[in-house]
Design a protein around this ligand. Structure first.
Ligand SMILES: Nc1ncnc2c1ncn2[C@@H]1O[C@H](COP(=O)(O)OP(=O)(O)OP(=O)(O)O)[C@@H](O)[C@H]1O
Length: 256
């Protein structure tokens, strides 16, 4: 048995080790480290009892628990599994595939649409009007848009400012910009539970981070408290932006 051990087995072990390390990191981030340790202890005990000691009765009971446990884990960790699969998809994308699935070039938000967004953010920042704007890229945001109210209007600076005006019925929640249109407002975004977000940033920023972690959308926040403009892209914040910087980020990101 020992002599059968070959290069394939080494690769197998390395891949399993990498997978366990990745799961360990994911669970640590989502505060589920104790669950991970519990699962590992159960698996070691199961292998020891059923494979090494060959206890058939206990082994078969544990086999059944493992098959039910896998379903329970999928339900318990559906958000983390989703994030994990999204990360794999995002890293492995080949440019050609990306081109195939992404929006038509003519539907992509361009410079003409970026200016009104930037100007609206600048004005709202000066007046400390809170705002949360999400610009769709290759991942469709239809499910998010459905949580708010349909707008379907041209991207217009005054309309954006009007929507986020404090007494407007749609000022709460996020605005979705898709295919050169303001698609919806008052939308609910997934909130990030990351520990890395500075404590002074509240739910609006957490919601921007949440959507940017789940897809390739660009989220812009204007803080009601400080007037600061922040952008969240792929799980990273760029804080305290000037209008010029916001414009250059949007222009370069939309060109990708
Ligand atoms: N999940 C969410 N999806 C969309 N919008 C949200 C979500 N959670 C909170 N918001 C928006 O954020 C507002 C609350 O902002 P909060 O003061 O907690 O955030 P903040 O990050 O500190 O921003 P600010 O600096 O503007 O105060 C809500 O009134 C709502 O409009």
């Amino acid at each position: 048995m020992f002599f059968d051990f070959g290069i394939k087995d080494v690769i197998d072990i390395v891949l399993v080790a990498l997978m366990l390390y990745y799961i360990y990191h994911l669970m640590k981030e989502s505060r589920s480290l104790n669950v991970f340790i519990g699962i590992m202890m159960f698996v070691v005990l199961w292998l020891f009892l059923s494979q090494i000691l060959e206890m058939r009765l206990l082994g078969s009971i544990m086999d059944k628990l493992v098959s039910v446990g896998v379903i329970a884990l999928i339900v318990l960790f559906q958000d983390d599994i989703r994030k994990f699969l999204y990360n794999i998809g995002a890293h492995q994308r080949i440019p050609l595939v990306m081109k195939f699935f992404s929006q038509d070039k003519k539907n992509k938000v361009d410079k003409e649409n970026i200016i009104p967004v930037v100007m609206a953010c600048l004005n709202m920042s000066k007046r400390k009007v809170g705002a949360l704007i999400v610009i769709e890229r290759s991942t469709p945001l239809d499910d998010i848009a459905e949580t708010g109210d349909d707008i379907d209007a041209n991207i217009n600076q005054r309309l954006i400012e009007n929507i986020f005006f404090k007494n407007s019925p749609l000022h709460d929640g996020a605005m979705i910009i898709s295919k050169k249109r303001i698609k919806a407002a008052g939308c609910i975004l997934p909130v990030s539970h990351s520990f890395d977000i500075p404590k002074e940033l509240g739910l609006r920023h957490r919601a921007a981070m949440g959507i940017s972690q789940e897809c390739d959308a660009i989220a812009i926040v204007v803080s009601e408290e400080t007037g600061g403009i922040t952008v969240a892209i792929k799980g990273k914040f760029q804080l305290r932006l000037s209008a010029e910087k916001l414009e250059s980020i949007l222009t370069s990101e939309m060109a990708v």
